[in-house]
Design a protein around this ligand. Structure first.
Ligand code: PAF
Length: 281
């Protein structure tokens, strides 16, 4: 596996593959790879001739009081995981390679970025869509893989790809969970053992909502209130949101109908966790 650090290196590595008509898959990541990322890499490996994983902790998607400095960066472990999954090239650029101090251009997606995480993390999605655009232009993949864990991100990127006519197929892979239900996240390493136990309330609240919907409950206020109660009963936390929205447009629902995304973001101690499920009625 090649470790590439510059845009020029990526382009010269991919040029003969593209010329030969090979299918190129990109898995964009911020490193600290876990089984969720590995499921994306496996999906890419199964469907593509050439697999590129980018490992870049993107500064522009972190707010000033967020965890950019603390974000885990176990690069050697990440490269070993990529090697083990049969990745062809890992692209690990330094910040200066991705961002020139003279840059004046960003990419933003309107409307879909206003609610959910967008309402609590101003500028976050512009950071994501700008860096993903750069990665798409550098790698020019045929297909790119994202996790359903970041449900809003996946919807926003699909919209960007459609609106800006990127000739790229977007694949969203299911959330990978621990045996007890906790959604895998690079940020789970921040949790103390007690916080880790408390964090189970998120998937438990979502499962409760799923059962209520299956039993016929359609009232969004009843469902979100029940989820909030279950999360706050588990211990001290700050709920950023517990929302039920249309799964494609991310618009708030009054009643559960069609494809609904049930999504939440909760801060436990210094760790902000997100989780979601999709229900179809
Ligand atoms: O999902 C992530 O890890 C990041 O938001 C992404 C897509 C790699 C962009 O930095």
């Amino acid at each position: 596996m090649l470790k590439l650090q510059t845009v020029a290196e990526v382009r010269s590595f991919l040029q003969p593959h593209r010329a030969a008509g090979r299918r190129i898959g990109l898995v964009p990541t911020m490193g600290a790879l876990h089984e969720g990322h590995r499921s994306l890499i496996r999906a890419a490996r199964a469907a593509c001739d050439v697999v590129v994983v980018s490992i870049f902790v993107n500064p522009t998607q972190f707010g000033p009081n967020e965890d950019y400095a603390a974000y885990p960066r176990p690069l050697e472990d990440d490269l070993a995981a990529c090697r083990a999954e049969g990745v062809d090239a890992a692209f690990c650029p330094p910040v200066e390679e991705m961002y020139s101090p003279q840059a004046a251009t960003t990419v933003s997606v309107a409307r879909l970025t206003e609610g959910l995480c967008g309402a609590h993390r101003p500028g976050h999605f512009t950071g994501v869509t700008t860096v993903v655009t750069k990665l798409f232009n550098i790698v020019q993949p045929n297909v790119a893989y994202f996790g359903q864990k970041d449900a809003q991100q996946a919807v926003v990127i699909r919209k960007m790809v459609h609106d800006l006519m990127f000739p790229i197929e977007i694949v969203t892979c299911p959330i990978v969970r621990e045996a007890d239900g906790l959604a895998l996240s690079s940020r789970n390493v921040y949790l103390s053992p007690a916080e880790r136990r408390q964090a189970l309330s998120l998937s438990q609240a979502l499962n409760w909502a799923r059962e209520q919907v299956a039993a016929g409950e359609r009232n969004v206020a009843t469902l979100t209130e029940g989820m909030r109660q279950r999360i706050t009963a588990a211990g001290p936390c700050v709920i950023d949101y517990v929302s039920i929205v249309d799964a494609d447009e991310l618009t708030p629902k009054q009643r559960v109908e069609g494809n609904c995304l049930i999504a939440l973001a909760v801060r436990i101690g210094r760790t902000r966790l997100i989780d979601n499920i999709v229900v179809s009625v």
